[in-house]
Design a protein around this ligand. Structure first.
Ligand SMILES: [Zn+2]
Length: 453
């Protein structure tokens, strides 16, 4: 007797490049049958007209902040857009050490989705040197930072991340040094660039150089938020050339024309608005006393000084450049989602339905097969999980997202992140129905996933 039988849908076969009509059965957390028969099952789910996709994998997001309490806020947003595995700890800004995050999963008896982590360099650099330390770290301090990060690696982190822009004192040399301590393991390194807009090509060049020098799997983070201000063609060409020589270079990008970060961050240094070619009223604030308020100079200065942790949304990017990045043959689509006190950019809650609805169905920028590969098999392969995640095949983990390709679309907006997505029918995490007809079932089947190879 199977646990669940998904009947009448079609799944993507990435090798044959075709959608295959089949019934899919699940038992004890694994996919146990794919074919035309209808094996007996405790629960049957009609998937006629739907796609039975591997659960979406978000290779770039920001996990819960444990100090806000044991609440799965962004994890639930992930589940509601079809994500079954997410990688936190990006941009150097991990929100707590891996051990503390794992404790939270244990305390709550599981999580709505499966989680992995990167170890964030800036987080530990700030611990060792204090915040906004603009000088390069000494050898002794670099070793201290490495000591902390080694603990995360021992806890099962998939690699390390940098937020170069956030701490401009981080030199290329300092990063190379940090990239060595992981040893020979096949770890992922991701980096949030040093500068955006006019500085984007130079920032991308630095990351290509880092990749070349170290040979690591290297991920340029959220490409559109540095380069969709007039530089996208140029940086995509640079990346294509570099990746042609070394395919371990890749990037992720999100499908929105606005970025979001904290008001106190270096991103908002003097001259930033001119650099983006934007004005104060292109900056939207997200929390009281300025919830949903567009800035004036006075509000901008006040928020920067008195509410440094408040997230701001900046409408700084060009739509055609966003489309070029999300549909490029290289790269993966990921949310970069971050939620602070329940608030944040809608990308945390709508990235995947938006990608499949707007860029695939409505604008036909890429095929559904290409799009699904970018959010399932490609990130799984990047993380060394391709034998058990990111594919529909017998023996693989039963992390599955059933969606309607004719209706899928994002709901969340900059004004209200809680508007529901459309077309996500059913999400199975670890073999258990965790979302049905768009609603979470309350099952916490997600686990902390360690890097496995
Ligand atoms: Zn970032």
């Amino acid at each position: 007797m199977q646990d669940i039988l998904l009947i009448g849908g079609k799944y993507p076969d990435f090798e044959k490049r075709e959608f295959v009509q089949a019934n899919v059965a699940v038992k004890d957390g694994k996919i146990t049958y794919i074919g035309a028969d209808e094996p007996a099952a405790a629960e049957k789910i009609d998937c006629s007209g739907k796609v039975i996709s591997p659960g979406f994998i978000d290779i770039h997001m920001h996990e819960e902040n444990v100090s806000e309490g044991d609440k799965w806020v962004i994890a639930e947003m992930m589940l509601k857009q079809g994500v079954t595995f997410a990688l936190g700890g990006n941009c150097g800004v991990m929100r707590q050490p891996a051990a503390e995050f794992k404790e939270m999963i244990k305390r709550t008896g599981g999580c709505p989705i499966n989680y992995g982590l990167l170890s964030g360099y800036n987080y530990y650099r700030n611990n060792v040197l204090g915040i906004d330390h603009d000088e390069p770290a000494s050898k002794e301090d670099r070793d201290k930072i490495a000591g902390y990060m080694r603990k995360d690696i021992e806890e099962g982190a998939f690699g390390i991340s940098f937020g170069i822009e956030y701490d401009p004192g981080i030199t290329t040399e300092e990063m190379k040094y940090a990239m060595q301590f992981q040893g020979d393991g096949d770890f992922l390194v991701s980096a949030h660039y040093r500068g955006d807009a006019a500085k984007a090509p130079e920032a991308v060049r630095e990351m290509i150089e880092l990749q070349n020098a170290t040979g690591k799997k290297f991920q340029i983070s959220h490409l559109s938020s540095c380069s969709a201000m007039g530089q996208m063609d140029e940086v995509l060409e640079m990346i294509e050339k570099a990746a042609g020589e070394n395919p371990r270079l890749d990037f992720d990008t999100y499908p929105y024309n606005a970025f979001s970060t904290m008001m106190g961050s270096e991103v908002f240094q003097d001259g930033c608005l001119q650099g983006w070619g934007k004005d104060y009223n292109d900056v939207l604030l997200t929390e009281p006393p300025y919830e949903n308020v567009l800035c004036t100079k006075e509000i901008f200065d006040d928020a920067r000084k008195n509410y440094p942790d408040m997230l701001a949304v900046v409408f700084a990017m060009n739509e055609d450049e966003i489309a070029a990045a999300v549909s490029h043959r290289l790269g993966m689509v990921a949310s970069d989602g971050i939620i602070s006190n329940g608030k944040g950019h809608p990308r945390a809650a709508g990235t995947f339905p938006r990608f499949l609805g707007k860029y695939v169905r409505e604008e036909k920028r890429l095929t559904l097969m290409e799009a699904l590969e970018k959010i399932t098999l490609r990130p799984a392969t990047r993380l060394g999980m391709e034998n058990f995640k990111g594919v529909i095949k017998e023996g693989a983990d039963a992390d599955i997202t059933v969606f309607d390709p004719e209706t899928i679309l994002d709901g969340p907006t900059f004004e209200d992140i809680n508007i529901e997505n459309r077309g996500i029918d059913c999400v199975i995490v670890g073999g258990r129905v965790s979302l049905f007809e768009g609603k979470p079932t309350g099952v916490l089947a997600g686990r902390f996933v360690r890097k496995s190879k």
